[in-house]
Ligand binder design. Sequence first.
Ligand code: FAD
Length: 465
Amino acid sequence: GDFPVEVDTLVIGSGPGGYVAAIRAAQLGQKVTVVERGNLGGVCLNVGCIPSKALIEAGHRFHRANHSEDMGITVGEVNLDFSKVQKWKQSVVDKLTGGVEGLLKGNKVDIVKGEAYFVDDSTVRIMDEKSSQTYKFNNCIVATGSRPIELPAFKFSERVVSSTGALGLKEVPKKLIVIGGGYIGVELGSAYADLGSEVTILEGTKSILPGFEKQMSQLVARRLKKMGVTIKTEAFAQSMEESKDGVKVKAEIKGKEEEFEGDILLVTVGRRPNTEELGLEQAGVEIDEKGIVKVDKQCRTSVKNIYAIGDIAPGPQLAHKASYEAKVAAEAISGHPSEIDYTAIPAVVFSGPELATVGLNEAEAKEEGYDVVVSKFPFAANGRALSLNETEGFMKMVTRKEDGLVLGVQIAGANASDMISEACVAIEAGMTAEDIALTIHAHPSLGEITMETAEVALGMPIHIV
Ligand code: FAD
């Protein structure tokens, strides 16, 4: 209709930014409406974090079934019905997205299906296929997320896929070429390698996972090579030729041209914020040249009643960062003094072995002028790691020399994704190496690695000399 609907807090997008913002705002007494043009749960739940981890786990199990001779376990023929893997993966997604719907409703959040477009700083139009409706809001939280970057020479098609396409393949490709050795390329590349694909990764910089310390990314590169994955670094994909039965990619590698053949080409070279078809300029919301929305410490944009969080806001494009900002923005609207503080934001790669980091690494700490103690402890000296047959990897702890304050922790090894949480707590709480060393850790557990790395910092570990 033509009469505007009046709402209190309007949230645009229902990913880990939007749905969390909606719930927190509702908990604080705001009357909340969420608008979503696609599926509830956003990229993370539908075509990101969750389905990728499901595929990775299926790959692990398939690989292990074939490779547990060390433990005296051999099996007959191991079969893979990939259509069932996909069904199971989808069932996980459906459970979670259904859960989000239940949580929103349980918090009395109104859900509107459609695409939002700003008319001015207090009005949006929400359109679906059939109709269009104007909404007036008091406050708005924009959480429209991001989408894969499409390269002009590698337009997406049936064979040339983004991460979304790669997650939904009907068959395990015989040969998979991956352009981009960032975390998404490495995670999906190794999942398909585990499931039986012959994988080639083309990465432009000097190493895969360029955001991580060399020692860490090298561990992953070594494991990938052991699995039969070809890694080409300083490799620039130039062009491709797609035919009925495959795709050929030409790349310049250290000055020489090479050609690669595959059934599927996965292009994962970054993600672009969904900020351009939103009418932000009509609301007066400022964005930078990359399309990222400018925000203050409370995620407030250049317009005081409009907030931006998640992949469209500055900082790492990670689900937990989106959810964290979501709470800050919802609380700010309710008048709380909440502010973002990125000191303890972890980053994880679900590779083999897993990589995780939080806070400053050695180089960053020195760059910031800290006098540091860097301690290191190997997984191979931990009983639990041995009994898991996961002895590869290490933990590094960066502490301030004068008082042992924990500045950062890096982990390469099994379950690093879970282990990093203890380091996050330590940094968030301003703990020292001594605080961690004095904490009793259950035995046998990978958590003891954290205690022992702290003991190394104090100069007295028990299990290494
Ligand atoms: P999104 O999740 O992108 O949600 C935005 C929502 O807004 C979408 O549902 C979209 O439909 C909706 N929307 C957009 N425009 C409009 C509009 N105009 N009107 C109405 N609705 C609109 N992060 C991690 O932390 N850990 C991981 O392991 C991880 N793995 C990943 C794996 C893959 C393959 C990918 C692609 C990403 C992964 N990420 C991971 C990143 C993570 O998914 C994102 O950082 C996160 O989803 C961002 O959340 P968001 O709420 O900002 O946006």
